[in-house]
Design a protein around this ligand. Structure first.
Ligand code: GLY
Length: 373
């Protein structure tokens, strides 16, 4: 099978630079690509049971055909695998396979696998290289790029981890054909985020091309490539989130509070849905603070809604508890400085900014209104 030439998005980070390859058929072509880029290396392909069923044979056949040695490690699906226990089993599997420091781990799957494997790669033998092979839209446009890795603890999400950039990202867009529609929609929320942060033209393009993006084909690849370019640029200027990278958290402070309130129960709410509600709220909150016009806030909510995404707290099945619960989660999620909160707010579509002086009472009043509405 011939694979069309992928779109290549470079991530420019001096000696940690790497390419993001985007296109259909990349998993089936993985062996040749890896053999060319990392001659003489061996691999551990790490994935979860659900992704293994869909894609592990394809990757394994491709590696075998290219004459590459590899071990496979399969963990349980779901957020629960971002744990010390699963990390230990992955590390043990990598060491049992006798991978050396110059060898590579492959993260085949969604955000959970990417974060877990990236972290394992960062700590095994004091740092191994790894390849991201994201198989969900969310991981293709966000979590596989930029080197944030980590696991969860009982104190909260992603509280143990490190910045460890991958050596290569291979985003096989054909993998999205087997992704369930709910997860495709959820990943789309992170695509919209890039337009809302600083690219009104991209948001307009999404408005005009939403149906084509969901249908697949060139528009979808274009949306993924534009998202990766946007993320690569933010990561280039602020790899370790000292400043502007925080813009990528648009919608996430509210969103994480809802995920916490739902106990990270994916039946009720998945990350991208929480971000969609969070982004709609960030715009309405900005409107309440007279930073943005209510029309812009309504336009953003209408776009997300038309994509089948939730935009209101009442869209979350089972409710999210009281305003006190939400405020507690917000205080835990974000750094509080002298009693003020940091939020990503906006002055318009494509004009997001970091506001580090948000008064908690204003957030509380706003959430009370949203809960009532
Ligand atoms: N997902 C946010 C970031 O990578 O910074």
């Amino acid at each position: 099978m011939t694979t069309p030439a992928p779109t290549v998005v470079p991530v420019d980070l001096a000696d940690r630079s790497y390419d993001i390859l985007i296109g259909p058929g990349l998993l089936a072509a993985a062996g040749d690509e890896l053999a060319r880029r990392f001659p003489g290396s061996r691999y551990a392909v790490i994935t979860d049971e659900t992704v293994a069923e869909r894609h592990l044979d394809t990757v394994a056949a491709s590696l075998t055909e290219a004459g590459l040695g590899f071990a496979s490690i399969v963990v349980s699906p779901g957020e629960g695998s971002k744990s010390f226990e699963t990390l230990e089993s992955v590390v043990d599997g990598v060491l049992s396979a006798r991978l050396e420091r110059g060898d590579l781990l492959i993260a085949l799957g969604g955000g959970v696998i990417g974060d877990l494997v990236g972290f394992a790669a960062g700590v095994v033998r004091r740092g191994m290289r790894f390849v991201q092979m994201p198989t969900t839209l969310l991981s293709q446009v966000d979590s596989s790029v930029g080197g944030k890795t980590g696991i969860n603890t009982r104190h909260g999400k992603n509280l143990v981890g490190l910045f460890h950039q991958p050596a290569l990202v291979m985003a096989d867009t054909a993998a999205l054909d087997t992704l369930d529609p709910r997860h495709l929609r959820a990943g789309y929320a992170e695509v919209v985020k890039y337009g809302l942060i600083d690219d009104a033209e991209f948001f307009d393009w999404l408005d005009a091309n939403r149906a084509e993006i969901f249908a697949g084909g060139p528009a979808r690849i274009g949306a993924i490539a534009a998202s990766c370019r946007a993320k690569a640029e933010v990561v280039r200027i602020d790899e370790t989130e000292q400043g502007p990278r925080a813009l990528l958290n648009l919608g996430h402070t509210f969103g994480h509070a809802f995920e916490t309130a739902c106990d990270y129960d994916a039946e009720r709410l998945v990350h991208g849905e929480a971000v969609a509600i969070g982004m709609a709220l960030a715009h309405r909150f900005s409107a309440r603070l007279n930073l943005v016009s209510p029309d812009d806030a309504a336009r953003v909510a209408a776009h997300l809604s038309a994509a089948g995404l939730p935009t209101k707290i009442s869209d979350i099945p089972g409710g999210v508890g009281s305003v006190d619960d939400l405020m507690r989660a917000i205080f835990q999620d974000k750094k509080v400085k002298r009693g003020r909160l940091t939020f990503i707010l906006t002055r318009g579509v494509g004009e997001a900014f970091v506001a580090d002086d948000v008064v908690p009472e204003q957030v509380r009043d706003f959430l009370e209104e949203e809960l009532a509405g």
